[in-house]
Write a protein that binds this ligand. Structure first.
Ligand code: RIB
Ligand code: CA
Length: 308
């Protein structure tokens, strides 16, 4: 089967970095470009991290710089989880690479035109760049085949009791994206909290010995410690799970759903509103990914990391 032409829109970010490691080795994906957004840390840092990661991976793909903050709101970040540099203090190689002189939203439109409706977007950060693209280019929806996001949840949150971080960071952009007319496959916390890797499994990756495998192990240790303080042993692989879903959904369970985002609530803003039941009267604008075969997920991660 021909690899899927994709753009990865991201906010690297520790788990974004792991998603890069996997994406480069996934034969099912033809990664055309990286698009960066403010999220876990500032746009300056997420851009620096994206350039450093493609250098580290010797990955010859362009990087586009997008939004420095949400459409309407004050920027929030997740530096308490990912570190102030967004990479848990792990150094990335210095690079002479620079971002393209086209914004992310203009680049998304240009690739969408070029791929004539076959392009898919894998968005693993706040959805500001996608919202900007949809607002600027009214004909864009018919040129994008599918959007796979890491974000949202039918029940719990992580940035607040109501909201997952990527949606919480820009609820308006998320609702614009869900309502744009492109099917959105929501890899939310319902599934990604089950995409847990244990410390022993992380050690097994490091023992593979490549610089990429050692990086994989080392860069997540800060979050492993953070999760330990919450009583969770290991790390939930949010972005890597969404990346694998985009490549091959055979180890996941997804259900058609109507999905909207709460944008008015002083406390509940950023909540993805869907429950696979009372949304029956809503237009089915997407799919909620509810389950993952965790062991198969870990096996796939091992298989991909052995390729380095
Ligand atoms: O809630 C987890 C998501 O928020 C991940 O994409 C992580 O990188 C942060 O962006
Ligand atoms: Ca992310």
């Amino acid at each position: 089967m021909k690899p899927i032409p994709v753009i990865i829109d991201c906010d690297p970010g520790v788990d974004d970095a792991i998603a890069f490691l996997l994406a480069k080795q996934l034969p099912e994906l033809n990664v055309l470009a990286i698009s960066v957004v403010a999220g876990n840390v500032s746009l300056e840092r997420t851009t620096y991290n994206a350039l450093g990661l493609v250098e580290f991976l010797n990955w010859d793909i362009p990087v586009y710089r997008g939004a420095s903050g949400p459409v309407f709101r004050k920027r929030v970040d997740a530096a308490d989880v990912h570190g102030s540099d967004g990479m848990a203090g792990i150094d990335l190689p210095h690079t002479r690479r620079v971002v393209q002189d086209v914004t992310s939203w203009d680049a998304i439109y240009q690739y969408a035109l070029e791929w004539k409706g076959k392009l898919e977007i894998i968005a693993i950060g706040p959805l500001t760049n996608l919202a900007m693209a949809f607002m600027k280019y009214p004909d864009l929806p018919k040129l994008i085949k599918r959007i796979v996001i890491m974000g949202g949840s039918t029940l719990l949150g992580n940035a607040s009791p109501a909201a997952e971080f990527n949606i919480y960071a820009d609820p308006e952009a998320a609702d614009i994206t869900f309502c744009a007319g492109v099917p959105v496959h929501m890899c939310g916390l319902d599934m990604t909290m089950k995409a847990l890797m244990t410390p022993e499994e992380l050690d097994s990756v490091a023992e593979m010995g490549s610089k990429e495998a050692v990086f994989f192990h080392d860069v997540v240790q800060g979050i492993v410690e953070f999760m330990g303080r919450l009583g969770i042993i290991g790390i939930n692989m949010h972005d890597p799970a969404a990346m694998l879903y985009a490549a091959d959904d055979s180890i996941f369970k997804a259900y058609p759903a109507g999905i909207r985002v709460e944008t008015k609530g002083a406390i509940t803003h950023g909540k993805t509103v869907t429950d696979l039941f009372s949304d029956a009267k809503w237009q089915k604008n997407g799919f909620v990914v509810m389950d993952i075969d965790r062991d198969a997920f870990v096996e796939r991660v091992f298989e991909l990391m052995r390729k380095y």
